[in-house]
Design a protein. Structure first.
Length: 207
């Protein structure tokens, strides 16, 4: 009889433990589900904040008057890291002013500076599509990568293309000018040095 009682007791304890484990697993599943729901809600909240921030910024840019091509050209330096400007091009046929200058060191190595005035309707749209929408992202493949990084105290987009060993750094300056510096076969440090050497104080005086 005593043996039978011990068997029943052991069976009861096992059932109790099993039930406790099942209850624990159920609780863990509920907690995980709740955590996932919280993460989704948090993500949606961040997206809403980002969308609101982008809307505010684009509205500010729309109210500004785009610069003339001559004004934008004056920002492009004649020499960059000791290399003379080999060509330049400025235009405003897309509704906003764009300036581009190339500094060719040799047949395979060059630096390029591009500046976009994101003022006005078209400029604000360009800003949203080509900079703001690329914030807080990271993308990598065997062909290169694109990621958000920090540059001169602000966010920037860093891009690398393996096939032509090209680094590109894109960032906002003066709250309206999107600046991009590219380097073919120069390395990332040279691109950053070139970007740091630009005359940002001059942007404040352009009209």
């Amino acid at each position: 009889m005593r043996k039978l009682i011990l068997i029943f007791a052991a069976a009861f304890m096992l059932a109790a433990c099993g039930g406790g484990t099942a209850d624990k697993k159920a609780d863990e599943a509920k907690a995980e589900e709740k955590s996932d729901a919280g993460s989704i809600a948090g993500g949606l909240s961040e997206l809403a904040k980002a969308a609101e921030s982008m809307g505010d910024k684009t509205e500010e840019l729309k109210k500004l008057t785009p610069l003339s091509t001559d004004a934008l050209k004056s920002f492009l330096p004649e020499t960059l890291l000791g290399v003379k400007r080999s060509r330049f091009n400025v235009a405003n046929n897309m509704g906003f002013a764009v300036g581009e200058a190339t500094y060719k060191k040799d047949d395979t190595t060059d630096l390029k500076v591009m500046i976009y005035d994101c003022a006005g309707e078209a400029g604000a749209a360009f800003y949203g599509m080509n900079f703001f929408m690329r914030m807080n992202m990271q993308q990598e493949s065997e062909d290169g990568y694109t990621k958000t990084t920090e540059f001169m105290g602000s966010k920037a987009v860093e891009n690398y293309k393996k096939y032509n060993n090209q680094y590109q750094l894109t960032f906002l300056s003066g709250e309206r000018f999107l600046i991009s510096v590219e380097g073919d076969n120069t390395g990332l440090d040279a691109v950053k040095d070139a970007a740091k050497s630009l005359d940002y104080d001059k942007l404040k005086t352009l009209k």
